[in-house]
Design a binder for this molecule. Structure first.
Ligand SMILES: [Cu+2]
Length: 564
């Protein structure tokens, strides 16, 4: 099974062959150039296909607003090259690490043998500096996915790219599309991620200093004195929506800043599939196209029954495919950050050089009592801040300086459109709206439940599971091959966390029976809980928050599935 290759001669040979095509100065790959005809029309030179693909991880830059920012590139670009594959094919990926540090690539959302999953220290030892590794596995699914480094700070520095997998046979789709575009959203900073992490450690609200008063007044929900006192007692602020904001981040669509205006072309009246990928390191996006309804047809690559929305919020690691039918005019794709401090922007247009108005960013939302794991409908405020530290509510959570709250009454928030989305005046997608297009593959009821608490101490910028960081937790989460398990994630923090389980597609528990929506990443709302059922695949799998610095600080575990 092991296909380790650290053969220096083979490696040097491979590098030699590639020597002529050094992409000096080219920061965007062909598929993401500023003006795109779309997937059906993409020349084969602009995507990588077939059974043998070579990728090189190296140093380069991404250009933001005309200024170069340091980056880790794949084949010289940010984002890296699009892999366009076909369900049922074999894939042999040779990854050459040209860095002076270890590297890796992880195929996010793909179901594969765990040794090919690409997480150093969990599923393989990583790719040493100046060497290579060959991944080899069959493609057993279709849909929209992506890949990224799982080493060091590389993902946060631009080491990510899209994967599009066509179905084995053209299935009759409820909404066929005539054209498609990938819209990969990401974030990038001129500041080194290590410095960002240091600043957050010293002062957790380093990048989050908008005063509450002004935003509260604008949003029309200024806090009462009682509420203020309570928030102060909690040493938290109702504006702690995001820890890394536009004060340090720039937001990109297919690698382009808002001014560069990446544009996807269409012919008026045709149906267009947009494959939205949240490849950001630290950002949730609110995505809408003013004037154009979106029909969501896939979530995390899995087909769902079409559901019409005006907007959706998604976390790092999630993908949605939507179908739109644009008329003869330009439209803005607005991807506002969840904290509304910034926006990525792109355009859909029937011709080059067109643009539509860019909607202004909306007022910053405030967190609510629900986000603290409390239902305040009874009006009981007194004593609540005490309960938030009551460890008996979650016996498996190790209380200590790393845990600053326990959700006293965590609610199932799968029907919640996301932070700040409750009052935007139009339909916003919720997980409960998703219904699988096909019956689920495993209809067995779960044999047991594993409850995992997402824990943290906002002020110290500590993030963990069950009160322990990855390095403090010596035991993996054990499962047996083929076992059917219900995971319930309880969010004991006031931030939303997109939790990703490697190597599995699981069913969200949202009351849709044998048509439960299937995903690989589930966002757990602040103070709330979320459940999914999963059938265990053998191997060691990473299980973590996909906000990069939360994972890096310790909100991660290994799920170990032993042979039955
Ligand atoms: Cu997180």
């Amino acid at each position: 099974m092991s296909s380790w290759i650290i053969d220096r001669r083979a490696l040097l040979g491979a590098v030699g062959q590639l020597g002529g095509v050094a992409l000096a100065g080219q920061a965007t790959p062909g598929w993401a150039k500023t003006l795109s005809q779309g997937g059906a029309a993409l020349p084969s030179s602009e995507v990588l296909s077939g059974e043998a693909i070579t990728l090189r991880i190296g140093k380069g830059h991404v250009t933001i607003g005309g200024k170069p920012a340091k980056a880790i590139t794949i084949n010289g670009t940010v984002p890296g090259p699009m892999l366009r594959l076909k369900e049922g094919q074999m894939l042999r990926l040779t990854v050459i690490n040209e860095l002076d540090e270890p590297s890796s690539l992880h195929w996010h959302g793909l179901v594969l043998p765990f040794q090919m999953d690409g997480v150093p220290g969990v599923s393989f030892p990583g790719i040493p500096p100046r060497s290579s590794f060959t991944y080899e596995f069959p493609i057993v699914q279709h849909g929209t996915y992506w890949y990224h480094s799982h080493s060091g700070l590389q993902e946060m520095m631009g080491c990510y790219a899209p994967i599009v997998i066509e179905p084995a046979e053209a299935l009759p789709a409820p909404l066929p599309s005539m054209r498609e575009h990938v819209v990969l959203l990401s974030d990038h900073s001129f500041v080194n991620p290590a410095r960002i992490a240091r600043n957050l450690k010293v002062e957790a609200d380093y990048y989050n200093r908008q005063p509450q008063t002004l935003s509260g007044l604008m949003a029309g929900h200024e806090l009462s004195m009682d509420q203020r006192l309570m928030w102060a007692k909690m040493r938290m602020s109702p504006t702690d929506i995001a820890d890394v904001t536009a004060s340090v981040m720039h937001y990109l669509a297919n690698g382009h800043g808002p001014d560069e205006n990446w544009t996807g072309l269409f012919t008026p009246g045709e149906t267009v599939r947009l494959r939205f990928i949240n490849a950001a390191s630290m950002t949730f996006f609110n995505v809408r196209i003013p004037g154009l309804a979106m029909q969501v047809v896939a979530a995390d690559g899995q087909d769902v029954q079409p559901v019409t929305v005006e907007e959706f919020q998604f976390g790092a690691g999630e993908t949605y495919d939507v179908i739109v039918t644009p008329q003869n005019r330009a439209y803005t794709i607005a991807a506002e950050t969840m904290d509304r401090s910034g926006m990525a922007r792109a355009t859909l247009a029937p011709a080059a050089g067109m643009a539509a108005p860019v909607p202004p960013r909306r007022a910053r939302p405030l967190l609510t009592m629900k986000d603290m794991g409390m239902d305040m409908s009874g009006g009981a405020m007194k004593g609540m801040s005490m309960k938030m530290r009551d460890g008996s509510l979650a016996p498996q959570v190790k209380m200590g300086p790393g845990v600053d709250m326990i959700s006293a009454m965590p609610e199932d928030r799968m029907g919640d459109p996301g932070i700040g989305m409750g009052d935007v005046g139009h339909k916003v997608l919720t997980y409960r709206d998703l219904v699988a297009l096909h019956p689920n593959p495993d209809l067995r009821a779960p044999e047991r439940e594993i409850e995992v608490h997402l824990t943290g101490a906002m002020e110290r910028y500590m993030w963990s599971m069950d009160g322990k960081t990855m390095s403090q937790a010596h035991e993996p989460i054990p499962m047996r091959k083929g076992e059917r398990v219900r995971f319930t994630l309880v969010n004991d923090t006031m931030m939303a966390h997109p939790i990703h389980l490697h190597g599995h597609i699981f069913e969200l528990v949202t009351g849709h029976g044998d048509h439960s929506p299937r995903k690989h990443t589930v966002t757990v709302q602040p103070g709330g809980k979320a459940s999914f059922d999963v059938t265990a695949e053998p191997g060691d799998w990473a299980f973590h928050c996909h906000l990069f610095l939360h994972m890096a600080m310790g909100m991660m575990r290994v799920v170990q599935v032993r042979p039955a």
